[in-house]
Design a binder for this molecule. Structure first.
Ligand code: ADP
Length: 313
């Protein structure tokens, strides 16, 4: 069994009267990727700030590889790499020179510093742009340079705070490729996001946080089992469905929920196997069906289930 690398124990933090983090606990195992998900203002940044030792907890404690994270520099903190959303980069220096500065802050020098900078740039796929200034980079490339900077001291745990915010889809994929490589190398990751599909793609374990509290701490498969609908069916009709049709659909075997949206019906199913009978029933009602599609329900719905609201407004 994997061993515990990071243990967050009942940490709380207030800003004035506002409780940003309220008794949060979770663990990261060696080699595990944990997705920390919640809407804006949920307390994700404050939580990761405390893990990195950038913010002090009002109560509770954090243990990294057996040693407590405190204030000031420590061996425990050196085992963590942090990728903030924005990093202060010197625009008149090349990316390589910027990285050398970051590496020097960690006490790296000489051949080791050069080697780590080159390795990190290669990993984030920026080796061919090493001598260009970050001001010539796209938003996504700057984000990848931030990841490279956080890897120079070879941390066991890499923490990324919403690394895809403001990044185009192509760069998002490049960031994911980098993170998948890091995962395959056996590094542990904490990834914060308010996009469930991003967390789902990477995470072995998902921690859902809202109003500073942990609402769920499970594998994606366990979260899926909590969803009332395992599959979804979307049917486009010629006209908006009547209330009678909606309640008729709701009464069909295997239907867990139904919603009308314009001329479409969104139907939740306990299992995809119920889809043909539901479609046949719709046709029997004399309802012209223009188009239908089936889908696996998304974990995005789990947040709605837990809180009664969606992850994003
Ligand atoms: P998230 O990262 O999930 O968006 P944050 O940890 O940034 O959430 O914020 C949690 C709560 O704490 C929010 O209500 C936010 O407004 C508040 N908060 C965060 N940082 C500060 C700060 N420096 N001063 C006052 N309130 C803050």
């Amino acid at each position: 069994m994997a061993s515990v690398l990071l243990s967050v124990n009942q940490v709380s933090k207030s800003y004035g009267a506002r409780k940003a983090v309220d008794g949060v606990s979770f663990q990261v195992q060696q080699g595990q990727t944990v997705g920390l998900i919640g809407p804006n203002g949920a307390g994700k940044s404050t939580t990761v700030g405390m893990i990195c030792g950038l913010l002090s907890a009002d109560s509770g404690g954090i243990v990294m590889d057996g040693a407590p994270i405190g204030q000031g520099s420590s061996e425990a903190k050196r085992k963590i790499g942090f990728v903030p959303q924005d990093l202060a980069l010197y625009d008149d220096l090349s990316s390589l020179e910027n990285l050398k500065l970051f590496g020097a802050l960690y006490g790296l020098k000489g051949a080791l510093l050069k080697q780590r900078c080159e390795q990190a740039l290669a990993l984030v796929n920026l080796a061919d742009r090493a001598n260009d200034q970050p001001s010539t980079y796209s938003g996504g490339m700057k984000r990848r340079l931030n990841i490279a900077a956080a890897l120079l001291h070879d941390p066991q745990l890499l923490i990324l705070d919403e690394p895809t915010v403001g990044v185009d889809p192509q760069s998002r994929n490049a960031i994911f490729d980098t993170l998948e490589t890091l995962k395959a190398q056996g590094r542990s990751l904490i990834y914060t996001s308010h996009y469930m599909e991003e967390v789902e793609r990477l995470a072995d374990h998902i921690v859902i946080i809202d109003h500073g509290k942990v609402l769920a701490d499970e594998t994606p498969a366990a979260l899926y089992r909590r969803l009332p609908a395992q599959a979804a069916l979307r049917a486009e009709l010629a006209a908006a469905p009547s209330a009678a049709l909606l309640s008729g659909v709701q009464a069909q075997p295997g239907v867990t929920g139904v919603q009308g949206e314009g001329n479409a019906l969104d139907i939740g199913l306990a299992d995809a196997a119920h889809a043909p009978a539901v479609l046949a029933w719709l046709v029997q009602q004399g309802t012209p069906l223009l188009h239908f599609a089936t889908a696996k329900t998304s974990l995005e719905n789990i947040f709605l289930n837990l809180t009664g609201r969606s992850l994003r407004d």
